[in-house]
Design a protein. Structure first.
Length: 887
C-alpha cells in the first residue's frame, strides 16, 4: 500500500479519532474561515513572508463587514489553531477590530495565547504589542479584563510594549513598581525618555554598563533598532537632575549611551548630575562605551556610539587607564576595527592612542582590525598606510590570512619591511586537505597588470615561485577530487591570459600531467591553448595495462550492541541546532582485522536554518542550500569501543573494492554522486585506509600517480563496472549483495536480527526485565512499528494488548520516528480496528502539530483501504475524519 499521508496529517487523524465525530461542514467551514480571513490584504504577514492559502471561491468580500457575513455561515471552530494562531488572534494581528469582537461574541477565547510568540500574548497582549489601540480599548471593556486590577494589567501586559507606557497609563494601568518598575526605569533611561522615567514608581537601578545588560529584564529592553531609540537632550537636564536626586544610585552611567554629539558629552559633564569622583571609577563607566554598546538580549552588538561622542568621552580617560585597557587583545581589536569601518579620520585618531609596546605585542590583532569592515579600496589604502607608518607594527612570524589580498600592492614593500612573509600564510592555508585557495592562488587570479606590478616583490619573497607558479594556477587546490569534475572546476579561458603573462615574466614551464577527467571537462579551445603553451602534457589515447582489479569484501561483520547503538544515536556533539541523519551503510575490509568496518553516509539537518514560519512573518523560504551538509564516517569496533572517524569525500553512492596489482594496496572507488541545486556532485574518486593505525579512510588526490593510473585504465565517466569487470556496487544499481550500500533502516532490520528478535520477544511476552533494558537504549523505528503490528495481530486479550501498546507508546520521540515510516499506514489501519480511543492519547501528545484542516483525499483513500479489508469500523472512522458521511 503506498504512503498515504505525512506525519503532520497523521497527527491530525489521530487527534480527530479521539474527538467526537465532526459534522461534515465543521472541518471545511473552519478551513474556509481561515482562508478567507488570511486572504484579506490587511491580514498579510510582515516582510517577505506569505500564507499558504487561497481565498475560497465563494468569498468575495473586501471589508470587515463582508468578512463577518461570510464567517457567520461557516460554523468555524473558534479554538482551532492554524498558521500559529486562532481566528481571533489573526484578526487582532491584522487590526480587524469589528471581526475580532464578532469572533469573541461567537465564542472565541480572548485569553488563549499565541504559543511560541514573544511572551506568548493573549488577545489583549497581542493588541498592545501591535499598538492597535482601538482593539485594546474594546478588549478592556470585556468582563474578563475588567476583573483585573490596574496593577495586574501592568504586571501582565507592560512587557508586550514597554515603549507605550504613556498609552497604557492613559488607560488606567498602574505605574510599574518593584522588579518590573526597576526594569522599566532602566529601559526609559537607556532610551533617553526622562518624562516617562519620572512616571515609573521605582528608585532602584541595577549597575549600568554591564555587557549582559538585561539580566532579569529580558522582557523589557530598548529596541535593537538604533533609529528607534531616543537621544540625550540638553533641554532635559533639569528633569534629569530631578530624577537623579530621587534615585538611590546615580543615573549618569545610563545616559552615556543616549549621547549623540560632542556637545552632548560636554553638557553632561558640565551638569551637576552625580558621577564617580575617582578617575578609575569613572573610567570603568566610560570604557565599555568606547568600543560598542553592551550586547542586546538577542546577542546582537548594536552600532557603537558616534565617533564624535567616543572621541569626546576619551578626553575624560587618563592615559594611565586607557593604555592598559588597550593592551587587551579584544579591546584593541574592537577599538581599531570600529574605527576602520567608519572613516580614515577616526582610524588615525584611534591608532594614535595605541602605545608602541601594545602595537608590537598585539600586531596581529591590529592587522585583523585593518581587514574588517573596510569597504572601499581608497579607504583600505589610507588605513594600511597609517598602520604601516608605525614602526612598532611587527608582522614577522604572524599568520594573517589573505593579507596580500587586502593590502594594496603599492604598500607591499612596506608590508614586507614590517616582517610579513607569504609562507606564514601558506603554512596554515595550503596542504593536501585544504579546499580553499591560498595566498598565491588568490594572487594569481588578479588582473595581468597586478601580476606585472607585484611579480618582482613575490619572487623576492619566494625564490622558488617562478619554478612552481604555473602548477599553482592550473591546480589551485591541494585536495583534488573536485577539480575537473565539471567545466566550472576546469581551467578557464581567462586563465590563459594570466598564464601567458606569467611565462613572459619568467615563470618556468614544466609540462604537467593532466588527468583524463580534466581533459574531458575542459573547453577544447582552452585545452588546445594549454597544450600550445606547453603547460600540460597530452593525455595518452591508449589505455594502460590492467593494473586495478575488482576485489570483493571478505571480512566478517559482527552485529554488536555497540554498533547498533552507534547507528541509532549518531550525534554525539551536543549541538541541538543541527541533527545528524544517516541514510546508507556499507561494509568494508579494514587493515589488520577480519571484522568489517561500516562506512555510513548521511547529512546534517540544520534545524531552523532553512525556513522562517511564524505567526507574524508567515512562511518564507530562506537558504535552500544550507540545510543538508553531507557527512561520511567510518565506524568499527575495537576492544569494545566504537571508533568513528569522519572523512572528506562522499561515499553515499557506493564504494567498489579494488586491488592495485602493482603495489598490492587495497583501494575503494567511490561512485559518482549526482548534483542538485545545492551541490555540483562528485566525480568518481579513490579512497584508501591510512597506512598505519589508527586506521581511517582518506581521499587520494586525483593528481597522485595511483589515481592517474586508474584514469588511464578506465574512463571515469564511463561504465566503471565493465572496465573493472566488477559487480555493480553502486546505490543506483540496487544491488542486493551483502557488501553493497544499503539503506540504514533496512540494514539494521536485516542484520541485527538477534537484537530485533530479543526486543520483539520481550514485548510479546511482556518480560519486564528485558523491557526495562530496552527502555534504556534507542530502538530502531521499524522495530517499534513491527512490535505494534505484532501486538495488533497477537492472539491476546484486549487488556493484554493494551498493556503492551501502552509500553510501546511511552516514548514520544521513538513513537514519532516509527510512525514516519512508510509501512505505518497498515499499522494504523489495524490499530483503528481494536485499540480503544482513550489509548490514542500518547499518539496525540507525541505527534501534535499545528496544521490547517486537512484535505479529504488521504482519509477517503484510507477509508477505501479499510473497506477493501472488510474493516467497516475503521472505514467509518476515517470517513468521519474526512468530514464525509458514514452510513
Amino acid at each position: 500500500m503506498p504512503r498515504l499521508f505525512s506525519r503532520a496529517l497523521f497527527a491530525v487523524v489521530v487527534l480527530c479519532s479521539v474527538l467526537a465525530y465532526a459534522d461534515e461542514d465543521d472541518s471545511q467551514g473552519t478551513s474556509d474561515a481561515f482562508s478567507a480571513l488570511l486572504s484579506m490584504p490587511q491580514a498579510q504577514p510582515e516582510g517577505e513572508g506569505r500564507w499558504e492559502v487561497f481565498a475560497p471561491e465563494d468569498f468575495k468580500a473586501t471589508d470587515e463587514a463582508g468578512l463577518i457575513e461570510y464567517l457567520s455561515y461557516q460554523n468555524a471552530d473558534m479554538q482551532k489553531v492554524a498558521f500559529h494562531g486562532t481566528l481571533l488572534q489573526h484578526a487582532v494581528r491584522a487590526n480587524m477590530k469589528d471581526v475580532a469582537m464578532w469572533l469573541i461574541s461567537q465564542g472565541a477565547d480572548p485569553l488563549a495565547t499565541v504559543a511560541g510568540f514573544l511572551h506568548e500574548p493573549d488577545a489583549l497582549g497581542l493588541a498592545i504589542y501591535m499598538g492597535h489601540w482601538s482593539i485594546v480599548d474594546a478588549l478592556l471593556a470585556l468582563p474578563v479584563y475588567q476583573r483585573l486590577s490596574a496593577q495586574q494589567l501592568t504586571d501582565r501586559y507592560l512587557v508586550q510594549n514597554p515603549t507605550s507606557l504613556d498609552e497604557l497609563l492613559a488607560r488606567h494601568f498602574a505605574a510599574p513598581t518593584g522588579k518590573l518598575g526597576s526594569c522599566m526605569l532602566k529601559y526609559e533611561l537607556e532610551r533617553g525618555a526622562v518624562q516617562q522615567a519620572l512616571e515609573v514608581d521605582s528608585r532602584q537601578l541595577p549597575a549600568p554598563g554591564e555587557l549582559d545588560r538585561y539580566g532579569d529584564c529580558q522582557g523589557v529592553h530598548p529596541s535593537d533598532d538604533q533609529s528607534a531609540r531616543g537621544s540625550f537632550k540638553t533641554v532635559d537636564l533639569v528633569a534629569w537632575k530631578k530624577l537623579d536626586t530621587q534615585m538611590l544610585s546615580p543615573i549618569f552611567g545610563y545616559l552615556l549611551q543616549t549621547l549623540a554629539s560632542a556637545d552632548d558629552v560636554k553638557a553632561l559633564f558640565a551638569s551637576d548630575l552625580r558621577r564617580p569622583d575617582q578617575p578609575e571609577e569613572l573610567a570603568k563607566l566610560l570604557l565599555p562605551w568606547m568600543v560598542a554598546r553592551p550586547r542586546t538580549s538577542s546577542g546582537i552588538d548594536p552600532a557603537p556610539l558616534p565617533f564624535a561622542v567616543r572621541k569626546a568621552l576619551a578626553e575624560h580617560l587618563p592615559a594611565t587607564v586607557l593604555s592598559p585597557w588597550l593592551a587587551d587583545s579584544n579591546n584593541l581589536y574592537s577599538w581599531l576595527a570600529i574605527a576602520a569601518a567608519d572613516s580614515f579620520e577616526e582610524f588615525s585618531w584611534a591608532l594614535a592612542l595605541v602605545p608602541d609596546e601594545t602595537l608590537t605585542a598585539k600586531s596581529v590583532d591590529a592587522a585583523h582590525a585593518g581587514l574588517q569592515g573596510v569597504r572601499s579600496i581608497e579607504q583600505r589604502q589610507m588605513i594600511w598606510s597609517a598602520l604601516l607608518q608605525r614602526s612598532a607594527l611587527r608582522l614577522d612570524g604572524q599568520h594573517v590570512p589573505r593579507l596580500l589580498y587586502a593590502v594594496p600592492i603599492s604598500l607591499w614593500p612596506e608590508l614586507f619591511r614590517h616582517g610579513y612573509r607569504v609562507e606564514n600564510t601558506l603554512a596554515i592555508e595550503g596542504g593536501e586537505q585544504s579546499n580553499r585557495p591560498d595566498e598565491i592562488s588568490d594572487w594569481l587570479g588578479r588582473p595581468v597588470a597586478d601580476l606585472q606590478q607585484s611579480w618582482p616583490l613575490m619572487t623576492a619573497q619566494l625564490p622558488g615561485l617562478a619554478d612552481s607558479v604555473i602548477e599553482k594556477l592550473v591546480r589551485p587546490f591541494g585536495r583534488k577530487p573536485f577539480t575537473c569534475t565539471s567545466v566550472s572546476d576546469s581551467p578557464r579561458a581567462d586563465q590563459i591570459t594570466n598564464l601567458t603573462a606569467l611565462i613572459q615574466l619568467g615563470a618556468v614551464v614544466h609540462p604537467l600531467s593532466f588527468p583524463k577527467a580534466c581533459a574531458l571537462n575542459t573547453d577544447p579551445t582552452v585545452y588546445a591553448q594549454l597544450l600550445a603553451l606547453g603547460v600540460v602534457a597530452p593525455v595518452a589515447d591508449v589505455a594502460s595495462a590492467v593494473r586495478f582489479v575488482f576485489e570483493p569484501v571478505k571480512c566478517n561483520f559482527l552485529p554488536s550492541d555497540g554498533l547498533l547503538k552507534s547507528l541509532l544515536a549518531p550525534d554525539e556533539e551536543g549541538d541541538y541546532s543541527r541533527q545528524l541523519h544517516f541514510e546508507t551503510v556499507q561494509l568494508l575490509d579494514v587493515p589488520e582485522s577480519d571484522n568489517c568496518a561500516m562506512v555510513v553516509s548521511g547529512f546534517w539537518n540544520m534545524v531552523g536554518s532553512v525556513d522562517n514560519d511564524d505567526f507574524m512573518w508567515g512562511y518564507e523560504r530562506m537558504n535552500p542550500c544550507g540545510d543538508r551538509p553531507e557527512v561520511t564516517e567510518s565506524r568499527f569496533e575495537r576492544h569494545g569501543a566504537i571508533e568513528a572517524v569522519r572523512f572528506a569525500g562522499g561515499a553515499s553512492a557506493g564504494l567498489l573494492g579494488l586491488r592495485d596489482t602493482q603495489d598490492g594496496r587495497r583501494y575503494y572507488l567511490a561512485y559518482a554522486e549526482s548534483g542538485d541545486r545545492c551541490s555540483g556532485g562528485l566525480a568518481p574518486h579513490l579512497l584508501a585506509w591510512t597506512k598505519s593505525a589508527p586506521y581511517y579512510l582518506e581521499e587520494v588526490s586525483a593528481y597522485a600517480p595511483v589515481a592517474e593510473a586508474l584514469q588511464a585504465q578506465c574512463d571515469l565517466q564511463g561504465d566503471l563496472n565493465a572496465c573493472l569487470d566488477a559487480a555493480d556496487n553502486s546505490r543506483e544499481g540496487h544491488s542486493t549483495t551483502w557488501d553493497a550500500p544499503h539503506d540504514v533502516d533496512e540494514f539494521i532490520y536485516d542484520t541485527f536480527t538477534a537484537q530485533r528478535d530479543d526486543y520483539l520477544g520481550a514485548v510479546q511476552s511482556f518480560d519486564l526485565t528485558r523491557l526495562h533494558r530496552w527502555g534504556q537504549t534507542p530502538v530502531p523505528p521499524k522495530w517499534t512499528l513491527a512490535a505494534i503490528d505484532a501486538v495488533s495481530h497477537a492472539t491476546l486479550s484486549v487488556p493484554e494488548k493494551r498493556r503492551r501498546i501502552a509500553w510501546l507508546f511511552i516514548k514520544p520521540a521513538q513513537l514519532k520516528a516509527a510512525l514516519e515510516k512508510r509501512e505505518s499506514d497498515e499499522v494504523i489501519l489495524d490499530l483503528a480496528d481494536w485499540l480503544p480511543r482513550e489509548d490514542w492519547r500518547p499518539l496525540i501528545t507525541a505527534l501534535h502539530v499545528e496544521s490547517t484542516p486537512p484535505s479529504v483525499e488521504p482519509w477517503s483513500t484510507l477509508a477505501s483501504e479499510a473497506q477493501s479489508s472488510k474493516n467497516p469500523k475503521a472505514a467509518c472512522q476515517f470517513l468521519t475524519v474526512a468530514g464525509l458521511p458514514c452510513h
